[in-house]
Write a protein that binds this ligand. Structure first.
Ligand code: HEM
Ligand code: HEM
Length: 206
């Protein structure tokens, strides 16, 4: 619900917030390692690729589940009011940044899932793998559906691997900018405005 009587973020909101932040901190380097080792031919490079893919896909899908739960939670619970010292501009900016995070936490895993879904095996390319808890969800008896139809990587259509991978990477850079703004806002509130905003997200009560 909107801003209201809640005096701090409760245990569930805080666990979701810091759990997500920690998961993103692992997800991003895992994504880069996975990308850098796609073409690895040596045993160590291949092992790193499989491990980073398993971590990236599993954690990414868990982040997707978590954000769906979190959106439902946020829509059905009150949030603490903005600090009295905030200007209208700061309140609107903070809300826009938080809204962007929700969009990105949906768009990043969905574009990654779509990128893998859209890849067809052939022309020297292997079938895509969708690791989820150490199992290839796209493999035989895989339980993860393709959310877009597979096409050849060079098919003359818009919605193919390259498109979804680009959305994924643009989302990533946008997310970096949004995170910088978000952290700057939180630190400004704590150290300059000296409000309770960081405390109420860290341990609940101001
Ligand atoms: C919040 C969740 C996610 C974040 C923050 C994230 C972040 C990243 C990062 C940092 C990269 C490396 C980008 C680069 O090489 O320049 C990447 C690549 C990739 N991710 Fe994710 N990812 C997320 C979720 C997922 C999920 C759920 C999947 C699939 C199930 C996925 C599939 C991919 C794929 C296929 C690539 C390679 C794209 C390429 O061709 O460069 N990602 N991701
Ligand atoms: C990827 C990392 C992060 C994401 C996705 C994220 C997302 C969010 C979202 C969506 C909210 C709104 C509250 C909610 O819906 O739970 C929020 C609040 C907050 N975040 Fe983050 N955050 C991240 C990292 C951080 C970091 C590193 C800090 C500290 C420097 C921080 C400090 C805060 C504070 C203090 C609030 C409370 C704002 C208020 O009470 O008005 N966040 N964050």
């Amino acid at each position: 619900m909107g801003a209201s009587a809640a005096s701090g973020w409760n245990r569930i909101a805080r666990a979701l917030h810091w759990g997500t932040a920690l998961a993103v901190l692992v997800e991003v380097p895992a994504g880069f390692i996975m990308s850098w080792t796609y073409a690895a031919r040596d045993a160590a490079g291949k092992a790193n690729h499989i491990l980073s893919s398993q971590i990236h896909h599993t954690l990414g899908m868990l982040l997707l589940i978590a954000v769906v739960f979190r959106i439902v939670w946020r829509l059905t619970h009150d949030r603490p009011s903005p600090p009295a010292t905030s200007t209208r501009f700061e309140v609107v900016l903070a809300a826009a940044v938080q809204g962007m995070f929700y969009l990105l936490l949906l768009a990043l895993p969905l574009s990654g899932w779509a990128a893998l879904s859209s890849m067809a095996a052939g022309a020297g390319y292997p079938a895509p793998e969708m690791w989820f808890f150490g199992t290839d969800g796209f493999g035989p008896n895989g339980f993860i559906p393709h959310i877009v139809p597979p096409v050849a990587w060079n098919a003359p259509v818009l919605f193919k691997y390259g498109f979804f991978a680009r959305v994924h990477i643009w989302g990533l850079w946008l997310g970096g900018g949004v995170l910088a703004l978000h952290m700057a806002g939180a630190l400004k509130q704590h150290f300059i405005a000296r409000s309770d905003v960081l405390i109420r997200m860290w341990r609940g009560q101001a």
